[in-house]
Design a protein around this ligand. Structure first.
Ligand code: F6R
Length: 364
């Protein structure tokens, strides 16, 4: 049931601190300050390359996983959407780990991609929410998410639980590849443990986000910008908004603005910038200022330090807690979900059952 919530989507957004904690609990050993994956009969230290395949929102988990696995484990990572992967004759030799990411475990293209990898002799792992699904039963290593049933068609809590498991996989690969000493792992485990509390802080910004929704609900087009792991988050923000509010939205890597999309900017276009402060913050801010100089109505999602530095001249800011870069995507998921939700409510669309969409896409 929806309990006291108006929509399943809103309930599922608010469930995230609990279900992400539940999911992390099965991957973190807080006493030893280690990450642990389920028992497997292959050796992660032998892996030399990772291929991640998924569709839609789950594919953005793959893109974020690429940033994490490459930086922590120094393994090359390839990410593709399943509908392209299965038909593009991918090169699958070498000591490869194939990873699929899926809420339902039944998405036709992702399942076919998984079968394709297995037929080529690739070891596979699956980050899957439905434990009885075809993918859960097929993968060599099941990495379950514990999001519980997701009813809203737009994925929210399954997405952040997938990110939590992807982070655990990245840390585990880093240790297996000899790239992480005990102290470094202890520190990352501590940051992951903090995620549910920071998600609660992010949820507490809901009233401010609801106010910002009024700046977006009248727009015809909306752009999202982010850099590093916040680039896939920009794609996710745009997808969420499109799906449930039917407003045209696109996400871009901040540095790509000037290579085309800046031509779209005028004073009717809200520009949502996802920019936690950190080493790349100033670069993203300069991309943001270029757009602002052309009239863009900037909505900056950042932490207190970022807002103090770059909040001037924006039409609105949404303050997030200051967090370690590894966990920023999990925390920043909350405001982009709530923003899409409140814009859709203002527009009066069917939030839980958006037009033309099905919860599980079992035909290609
Ligand atoms: C977006 C959304 C879809 C799914 C995609 C994959 O909100 O829900 O993009 O992420 O259809 O579905 P699963 O994860 O079931 O394979």
């Amino acid at each position: 049931t929806k309990g006291n919530y108006r929509h399943f989507m809103l309930k599922e957004i608010h469930e995230q601190p609990v279900v992400v904690a539940q999911t992390l609990q099965s991957y973190l050993r807080p006493v030893e300050a280690k990450v642990a994956l389920p028992q497997m009969d292959f050796d992660l230290s032998a892996v030399e390359r990772v291929v991640i395949v998924a569709c839609g929102t789950a594919s953005y988990v793959g893109m974020i996983g690429k940033y994490w696995i490459e930086s922590l484990a120094r393994l090359p990572v390839e990410v593709d959407v399943a509908s392209e992967f299965r038909y593009r004759e991918p090169v699958l030799d070498g000591k490869l780990l194939g990873v699929v990411v899926s809420q339902s475990g039944e998405t036709a293209d992702t399942l076919a991609a998984l079968q394709h990898m297995q037929a080529a002799g690739v070891m596979t792992a699956g980050i899957v929410n439905v434990p009885t699904s075809s993918m859960a039963r097929t993968v060599d290593l099941l990495l379950p998410t514990h999001a519980g049933p997701e009813i809203g068609v737009a994925s929210t809590k399954a997405f952040t639980c997938q990110l939590a498991v992807m982070a655990a996989l990245a840390v585990n690969l880093a240790r297996a590849k000899g790239r992480l000493d005990g102290d470094a792992e202890r520190e990352l485990v501590a940051h992951l443990t903090e995620v549910p509390a920071y998600m609660n802080t992010a949820l507490a910004a809901e009233a401010a986000i609801e106010a910002v929704a009024h700046h977006v609900s009248q727009a015809r087009d909306v752009l999202y910008l982010g850099r590093g792991p916040e680039y896939p988050m920009a794609l996710e923000g745009a997808l969420k908004l499109k799906e449930i509010s039917y407003i045209h939205a696109e996400g871009y890597a901040s540095g790509e603005m000037k290579h085309g999309p800046i031509a779209l900017i005028d004073d009717s276009v809200p520009l949502i910038v996802l920019a936690p402060s950190g080493p790349l913050f100033d670069k993203t801010v300069s991309n943001m200022q270029e757009a602002r100089a052309r009239g863009a109505r900037v909505i900056l999602i950042s932490d207190a330090a970022g807002i103090a530095e770059a909040g001037e001249g924006t039409v609105a800011t949404i303050e997030m807690p200051s967090v370690h870069p590894l966990i920023a995507p999990l925390v920043y998921a909350v405001p982009i979900q709530l923003l899409a939700y409140h814009v859709a409510v203002l527009k009066g669309t069917d939030v839980d059952q958006p037009r033309n969409l099905a919860k599980s896409v079992t035909v290609e």
